[in-house]
Design a protein around this ligand. Structure first.
Ligand code: UD1
Length: 419
């Protein structure tokens, strides 16, 4: 991983070339947590070599799991797995550390961990996770930011999530694998990452009904077998580059996208913006004139437009042929990019969760700061549209989820370097 602290990007007139899309971050993290449910070796292909995966490996290693990551192949050996508390200095680096709670309870009926971290994009509470686990006969204690959970035995339950939280759905599924009887989850999240997790668990021997719907029925089967997994492409990374193509005359190929269904919500939006997307045999052909059509947009629960791409869309709308509006409906504090974009001369007004973006204003390169993963990637995209050079600092945030955004953009002809 590149240890440089900033990225410098020059104004770009067109995008031409090829980008290989990395494996999905949000899929691999719950799958890594799931390996803990069985004893043995799992080989996971197409694993992105990103910071969040490295932290998840360290967390598994605290539980005496051995891991190896080489050439995008992750090997996880849980044969010697043994209970240990998870330290706050590691759990605090990653929101998905909370996903180890379910498998730890399933395997050891107890778990102690520091509070999860992750991007500062809202309150990000874990009340739904905990409420569901309490229904499963778990005692939950939170003392001085250390979460202690234990259960005499996990009891399958019927639980209706008050909001289809992705993480809470994953945690409940993972815990249910070790519960007596069956668990019925209503109002579950339906993201592709949930479907991938369910199919992986089915390959380990878990019985799950309702995959792809908001009602999931999970039944553990006692002894599970370790299973291998081939990771899907990262739909948010692919979406970042599809949106970027809207803002500049583009003729690019995105490789590694085997199933476009997971991108439909993004393709619908980029087509509205003026991009032409064609699925070829082994790549996605993306063409645009770089003329962005203004409009009204909003994020929403899957399959609506993903909140993770909201900052990138916001940056791209700065090139639109009029005023656009973009409403954030998932996280309450996710318009943080606006402050940095204003340093680039952007004209944006915020009213509660809605941003009004004035298109067509000349943007000027400046130094801006990444403050979370997707906001950071969006600033890189904004840099392409600014006069002169733009420097993005604190790029550690971007490296949590993008394996090498600089190499990706160099592949489509952008003048961009680590500095
Ligand atoms: C996951 C994704 C993240 C994405 C988000 C929404 C991973 C590793 N991360 O995050 O990239 O932006 O889904 O698509 O997969 N909430 C509660 N209580 C809870 C849990 C969540 O109120 O117990 C709220 C959150 O504050 C937020 C909303 O529910 O407003 C969505 O959160 P959730 O779906 O849980 O997101 P994550 O799983 O953290």
């Amino acid at each position: 991983m590149n240890s440089m602290k900033a990225i410098s990007v020059k104004e770009t007139s067109e995008l031409k070339g090829t980008i290989e899309i990395q494996g999905s971050k949000n899929t691999i993290l719950p799958i890594m947590a799931a390996t803990l449910l069985a004893s043995g070796v799992s080989v996971i292909y197409n694993c992105p070599e990103i910071e969040d995966v490295q932290v998840m490996r360290q967390l598994l290693e605290c539980l005496h799991v051995t891991t190896k990551l080489e050439n995008h192949v992750l090997t996880v050996d849980t044969t010697g797995a043994a209970y240990a508390p998870l330290p706050a200095f590691l759990t605090g680096k990653l929101r998905s550390s909370i996903l180890l709670l379910g498998p730890m309870l399933a395997r050891w009926q107890k778990a102690e961990l520091g509070m999860p971290g992750g991007c500062a994009i809202g309150l990000r509470p874990i009340d739904i996770h905990l409420e569901g686990l309490v229904k499963m006969n778990v005692d939950v204690n939170l003392h001085k930011d250390v979460l202690s959970c234990k259960s005499f035995y996990l009891q399958g339950c019927e639980y209706h999530l008050r909001f289809p939280s992705v993480g809470a759905t994953e945690n409940m599924i993972l815990a249910a694998v070790g519960a007596k009887g069956r668990t019925i989850l209503r109002g579950a999240a339906k993201e592709p990452e949930i479907m991938e997790l369910c199919n992986y668990l089915i390959s380990m021997g878990v019985l799950i009904e309702g995959v792809g719907t908001d009602v999931l029925v999970i039944k553990g089967t006692g002894v599970l077998t370790s299973s291998d997994y081939c990771n899907v492409f990262d739909r948010i990374v692919a979406g970042t580059y599809l949106l970027m193509a809207a803002a500049l005359p583009s003729e690019i190929k995105l490789l590694g996208i085997e199933d476009v269904r997971y991108l439909k919500n993004v393709i619908d939006v980029v087509e509205r913006l003026g991009v032409n997307v064609i699925k070829m045999d082994n790549y996605l052909s993306v063409q645009s004139m770089g003329k962005v059509k203004a409009g009204e947009f909003e994020t929403g629960i899957y399959p609506e437009f993903p909140t993770d791409l909201q900052p990138v869309l916001l940056a791209v709308l700065l090139k639109a042929d009029g005023e656009s509006s973009l409403t954030e409906k998932i996280f309450e504090n996710r318009l943080g990019i606006v402050k940095e974009l204003k340093k680039l001369n952007a004209k944006i007004r915020i009213r509660e969760q809605e941003a009004m973006i004035q298109g067509g204003i000349e943007l000027q390169g400046h130094t801006v700061k990444a403050t979370d993963l997707r906001q950071g990637a969006a600033l890189v995209v904004a840099g392409l549209l600014c006069k002169g050079y733009t420097t993005i600092t604190d790029i550690g945030y971007i490296q949590r989820g993008y394996e090498d955004i600089v190499k990706d953009l160099q592949g489509v002809g952008v003048d961009i370097t680590y500095v």
